[in-house]
Every structure is written in structure tokens, then in C-alpha cells.
Design a protein around this ligand. Structure first.
Ligand code: SF4
Ligand code: SF4
Length: 490
């Protein structure tokens, strides 16, 4: 009986550890990933917790019955020994259960640990004295909105909390009057921080947000009320009665761009004075198709596009066509992959790269402004030093050197031209974009969250004969970069 009890305790602990591995591990992983609570698997996790309680109870009962009963009713194993054996077994079981729970989300330990530092710094390690106190020097008309916006404007994907609010306040004090935000930036932390920073300045600002929730995009077919509700949520967080611009967020399909419910919702919001202009933002690979459709559609007042030196030759023509229709153009992703601080051979030029890249973008008169992510106080000085300045030969040399160093190594346009070559239908452009967020932007958690949300991951590249080998017009070694991305992001 005693042996049977002992075996039973062992079996219970093995079951508990297994349930912890699949149940609690999955629960932790999905929770950290940021899924909506309704989508997190709690059933198996609850079963694991129940199994844990049963195992501890059975261990206590087993330990208390250890040893034979003597004639006087006492046991041959002393009470102290039984206690120690029971405690040791339960502790061992608990440690094994906890370890099993951490197997699946172990990658997150690298992300949430405060000790981790990005591979590359995200601002100049030694800021130049001439940058100090830089202010906006130029305002440009943003198409038919008729608003004169700061040429270098504040992107807020990584702003949050008191620090984010301070950076935004400083940006306003230095002349920035265009804020770009979205509910899913820092899980609504960006809108909250900007809302506080804008108090007393709202009337001077041009404020753009996006149709989405703090946890993700709205899909085509969402109801008119859902579209309205997300903007109402933004207004509350931003502490304002209206936004100047609402974008269709990261729009990669014409279907999302032209969703009739979205347009109906915008029309109602506009009528109620809660939103003034409609726009869209777009990344690759369908950027061109989406932009073409938006220009032809005629209802869009502003477009925010990935635009940087040397890439997307057709994009300049699209931007000009949009400008002819008086559609305001906002440039984003202007740093062409932001690899400048991670390139050892680029150290001498890295400090002036951001400013050279901005000047190149703003050299196109059809661009109203560029939006760049401010998330360190030093960015205000570093970025605004380029405001109003002309591109020089020296800047062009810096940009050429950057192009030379990233050639054949770095996926910067995320153009998707390689997608058809992959039999696994991997979203190569997205995977390599998330790698960039991790490796170059230093935004590890967001990169891992986005990667985790993909349907398919780059572990399938292991053992693949790589028919994608020659598919990249920029000679990126796709398989190698994808396998590295998987290791980094999972
Ligand atoms: S790997 Fe090459 S083809 Fe594929 S998305 Fe990146 S740049 Fe484009
Ligand atoms: S190596 Fe990876 S990306 Fe390339 S074809 Fe195979 S699965 Fe697709």
C-alpha cells in the first residue's frame, strides 16, 4: 500500500509537470504576447493548477503514512523524517512544475529582463554639442488639410508613461506641432502620454491617430459602430474632442482601404466634428497597389508611406501624383532599416546619418513632413537638428556609404518581391521587418509579440532547400536571415 501510494504520488507529479508544460506555459506565453484575454487558453492552465493542489495533498498524506505502525500506535519513521521527506518531495515537484511552465515562454526572459540592452544603441552615444536646443526651422503645408506642419514630426510608437509625456512636451516646446499616434502604440500608452502632454496646447497641434484597438487592427467587415467606438476610445485617452486625422492603420489590402463600413463610420465622425480628415498608412508589399487605389478613390486627404533614400523608385512618382491631387504626404520609415548604429564600419558616419536621411526625404517638395519615432530625450536634439536644412554632398556621401554597407545583407524595403518563391508561403518581408524592430530599433518585446502572432514561423526554413535563394533583388541571403530571425524572435 505504501509503495502504491509512493508510485501514485510520483505519477501525480509527472502528470502535474506535463500539464504545467502545456497548460501554464502556454498561458504565460500568450499573456506576455499580449493576446486579448478572451483568446488566451486558460482551461489547461486551470487543470495544471488543480493537479498541483492534488499532488501536494497526496504528498502530504503519503509522507504522514510513511513507515510501519508499531504496537503502541507510533510509526517506525520519525515524525521529523516524515516531514522532511514530504517537504523535499513537494519542493522538488514544485520546482519541476515551475521549470516546465517556463519552457515555452523562456524567450521572453531575455525581453523582460531589465538587464538586456539592444544590440545597437538607439541614439548617438556621444551627442554633439551643436545639436543641443535644436528647434523646428520649417513648416510645410500638408495637402488639402491646409495645416502647416513641422517638417520633422513626432512618431510615438514607443512613447509611454511619464518619460513619454516629458519627451512629447519637450517636442511641443521645440516647435513640433504634428503628433502621430495609434491605440496599439505601447498598448494605448502612447495616446495616454500624448493626451497629457498636449494639455493647454491642443489647438496648436495636428493630431493623427488610427482606426484600431489597443490590441490590434480592425478587419474589413467590422461594423460601423466598431469603427466609431475605437475612435471614441482614442478621444478619451487623448483627452480631446476631436482628432485632425484618422488613418486606416498599416493598410496592406485594398479591401481594408475601401471597407464601406469604415467610410460610413468616418463620415459620421466627421459630421459630429470628432474627426476632420481621413488617411491611410501603408507598409509593403502592397504599398503601391493600396496607394494607387487611394489616389483613384479620392476620399483620402493624407497618406503616410514608407519612404527613404534610394528605395522604391516608383514611389516618388506616386507621391507626386498624390500631391497633384492635393493629398498630404507623410513619410515614415525614413531611416532605411535603421541599421546605422549596428554597422561597425559605419561608426564615423552614424551620428550624421539620421539627419542626412531626413534631409533626403524632405528634399522632395511633395512630402509634407516626416514622422520619426521619438523615445529617448536625446532624440529631440538629434532629430530636430536636421529641420529646415538642405541635403549636402557630404550627406549624400554618408547615404551612399550606408547603402554600400547594407547591400546584400539587410532587408530594408520589405518589398515582398521574394514571397512567391517560398513554397511555405512564409511572410518573409514581415519576419525580416520584425527582426529589424528587434535588432535595429531595440524594440524586442514588440518584435517578439508581432512574430508570435504570425501564422507560420521561420523554423520551417531549417531543412528547406531554399528556392528563395535568388529571389531578392537586393541580394539578401533570405534563408540565413530568416533562420537568424527565428532564433532571435522566438
Ligand atoms: S528579402 Fe529582399 S525581396 Fe524579400 S522583402 Fe526583403 S528586400 Fe524584398
Ligand atoms: S528557406 Fe525559408 S523563406 Fe526560403 S523558401 Fe525555404 S521556407 Fe521559404
Amino acid at each position: 500500500m505504501r509503495l502504491a501510494n509512493g508510485r501514485m504520488v510520483l505519477v501525480l507529479w509527472i502528470g502535474t509537470v506535463a500539464l504545467s508544460l502545456v497548460g501554464i506555459g502556454r498561458f504565460l506565453d500568450e499573456s506576455i504576447t499580449g493576446l486579448l484575454f478572451a483568446k488566451i487558453s486558460v482551461g489547461m492552465a486551470a487543470l495544471a493548477v488543480l493537479a498541483l493542489i492534488v499532488s501536494i495533498t497526496a504528498t502530504v498524506a503519503w509522507a504522514r503514512r510513511l513507515g510501519n505502525v508499531s504496537a503502541d500506535g507510533s510509526r517506525t519513521v520519525s515524525g521529523r523524517r516524515r516531514f522532511l521527506l514530504g517537504a523535499a518531495t513537494a519542493t522538488g515537484g514544485l520546482i519541476a512544475t515551475a521549470a516546465a511552465a517556463l519552457v515555452r515562454p523562456r524567450g521572453w526572459l531575455n525581453v523582460v529582463s531589465p538587464a538586456i540592452t539592444p544590440e545597437a544603441p538607439t541614439s548617438a552615444p556621444e551627442p554633439r554639442s551643436e545639436w543641443e536646443g535644436a528647434r523646428v526651422q520649417s513648416y510645410r503645408r500638408l495637402g488639402r488639410t491646409n495645416f502647416e506642419v513641422s517638417d520633422i514630426s513626432l512618431g510615438s510608437g514607443r512613447l509611454k508613461g511619464d518619460r513619454g509625456e516629458e519627451i512629447a512636451r519637450e517636442a511641443i516646446a521645440r516647435g513640433i506641432n504634428y503628433f502621430d499616434t495609434a491605440p496599439d502604440y505601447s498598448a494605448a500608452g502612447s495616446e495616454l502620454a500624448l493626451g497629457r502632454a498636449m494639455q493647454g496646447h491642443r489647438d496648436k497641434m495636428f493630431l493623427a491617430t488610427k482606426f484600431c484597438t489597443p490590441t490590434g487592427h480592425l478587419q474589413p467587415g467590422s461594423s460601423v459602430q466598431e469603427y466609431i467606438d475605437v475612435v471614441e476610445g482614442s478621444l478619451k485617452r487623448l483627452q480631446t474632442n476631436y482628432v485632425d486625422l484618422v488613418h486606416v492603420h498599416a493598410c496592406d489590402t485594398v479591401e481594408r482601404l475601401l471597407d464601406p463600413n469604415l467610410h460610413e463610420a468616418f463620415a459620421r465622425l466627421k459630421e459630429q466634428g470628432k474627426a476632420r480628415f481621413l488617411g491611410f498608412s501603408s507598409h509593403t508589399p502592397n504599398l503601391e497597389a493600396v496607394t494607387e487605389a487611394a489616389i483613384a478613390d479620392g476620399r483620402f486627404d493624407v497618406m503616410m508611406l514608407a519612404y527613404h533614400h534610394g528605395a522604391w523608385p516608383k514611389l516618388a512618382a506616386l507621391i507626386d501624383r498624390a500631391a497633384e491631387k492635393d493629398i498630404g504626404v507623410v513619410a515614415m520609415k525614413t531611416l532605411k532599416g535603421a541599421k546605422h548604429r549596428g554597422l561597425l564600419d559605419f561608426r564615423p558616419e552614424a551620428d550624421s546619418y539620421t539627419q542626412a536621411a531626413f534631409k533626403w526625404v524632405l528634399g522632395n517638395p511633395s512630402v509634407g513632413c516626416l514622422v520619426i519615432s521619438f523615445f529617448e530625450p536625446q532624440h529631440v536634439d538629434e532629430y530636430l537638428y536636421a529641420s529646415g536644412k538642405q541635403l549636402s554632398d557630404q550627406d549624400l556621401a554618408v547615404l551612399d556609404r550606408y547603402d554600400e554597407l547594407i547591400a546584400g545583407k539587410h532587408c530594408f524595403p520589405h518589398c515582398g518581391e521574394c514571397l512567391d518563391a517560398c513554397p511555405e508561403q512564409l511572410a518573409i518581408n514581415d519576419v525580416l521587418r520584425y527582426r529589424m524592430y528587434f535588432e535595429d530599433y531595440g524594440d524586442e518585446k514588440e518584435a517578439m509579440r508581432l512574430y508570435a502572432a504570425l501564422d507560420k514561423h521561420a523554423d520551417v526554413c531549417i531543412g528547406c532547400p531554399a528556392p528563395c535563394a535568388d529571389a531578392c533583388p537586393h541580394d539578401v541571403p533570405i534563408r540565413e536571415r530568416m533562420m537568424g530571425a527565428h532564433q532571435m524572435l522566438s
